[in-house]
Design a protein around this ligand. Structure first.
Ligand code: ASP
Length: 330
């Protein structure tokens, strides 16, 4: 039986329009409708029964928690109704890794949810969107993609939502998984997996997703970016402005300057959880220093600052036990 794949469009460059086909920047993101996106790839009909709907038409740099949770709510509804075999989300690349990871945390089904996008607008010479969309539908329709959580498919590579990050400002090969690598590829239409990434679905994801997708907001958890000569003055501002948790993107192995460490330790004493992450491109953040442990800082493990932030937001919002969420940081 032909697979039923539903496309949820969020906007982004894949739906971008520029005035000139040689232009790969300076375009309007989210200007092309989902029907037009599907029509641009007639081969999709040979792969699956494809339907589509628009959830948003935004440049993903502007996405809010409300929009991310609206998307999560529609995915939840489609999976619970059981009328589709897989879901493809077309999304801007700037925050794709965040929305994909958030949906991965809330995922409760074995059916694939596959994010894709593009680095060149739909109107560009050598636009990468059409093949990315076709590959994403191929992955969503593949039996092999079941039980692998939320996936990100671009440039013929299949990544786990947990491991993937956007590394280049403009290159089509921007999505990489520096810790662990891509988990598969789409080779001339064949969907191949090399290995499985550990899944990060929260225990009780079905009820957690129900709560979050109805409330459609997440607590304020800023990321503070460490740098030389940092004295941590922003910490006080963050606390006074309602931060419910903080992520410090430290140097190297999540190193925190001594002046900042003292202030973050005070925040933890005030009941504000602090995750130590890293601005480095790859590698694990470990406990590293006894003083970090004593202060009660949580090491981000393999998660980059933006994903650590989402995990903390969801955990705070749903009062998830530390044992249930901090295991994802090992
Ligand atoms: N700024 C765009 C967005 O994230 C970039 C893209 O889609 O590639 O929506």
């Amino acid at each position: 039986m032909r697979k039923r794949i539903h496309i949820l469009a969020m906007g982004g460059t894949i739906a971008g329009k520029a005035g000139d086909s040689a232009a790969t920047t300076g375009y309007q993101a989210g200007a092309v409708g989902v029907e037009e996106l599907i029509a641009a790839v007639p081969q999709i009909k040979d792969v699956a029964e494809v339907t589509g709907e628009s959830i948003a038409a935004i440049d993903s740099k502007d996405i809010t928690a409300e929009e991310q949770l609206r998307l999560a709510g529609r995915v939840r509804e489609l999976l619970l109704k059981g009328e589709v075999d897989g879901i493809v989300v077309t999304h801007g690349t700037d925050t794709m890794e965040e929305s994909a990871y958030l949906l991965d945390l809330l995922h409760f089904a074995d059916k694939p949810v596959v994010f894709t996008g593009a680095m060149r607008p739909a109107t560009a010479l050598s636009a990468d969107g059409p093949l990315n969309l076709l590959d994403a539908v191929r992955v969503a329709a593949s039996d092999n993609a079941r039980d692998r959580g939320v996936l990100v498919v671009l440039n013929n590579a299949i990544h786990s939502a947990r491991l993937v990050t956007k590394i280049s400002t403009t290159a089509v090969e921007t999505f990489q998984s520096p810790n662990g690598g891509a988990i598969g590829a789409v080779n001339d239409g064949a969907v191949v997996f090399y290995h499985s990434a550990e899944l990060h679905h929260l225990p009780g994801a079905l009820s957690i997703s129900e709560k979050l997708t109805s409330q459609r907001e997440l607590p304020y958890v800023p990321i503070l970016y460490g740098h030389s000569d940092d004295d941590g003055r922003l910490i006080k501002w963050a606390v006074e402005n309602g931060a419910k948790g903080m992520v410090y993107a430290g140097m190297g192995n999540g190193s925190i300057p001594a002046r900042v460490e003292t202030k973050l330790a005070v925040a933890v004493q005030q009941g504000i959880p602090v995750i130590r992450a890293s601005s480095s491109a790859c590698g694990m953040v470990t406990q590293a220093e006894a003083s970090y442990e004593q202060a009660g800082f949580i090491a981000s493990g393999w998660l980059n600052p933006r994903k650590a932030r989402l995990l903390l937001q969801v955990s705070i919002s749903c009062s998830i036990s530390p044992a249930d969420w901090q295991k994802f940081l090992a």
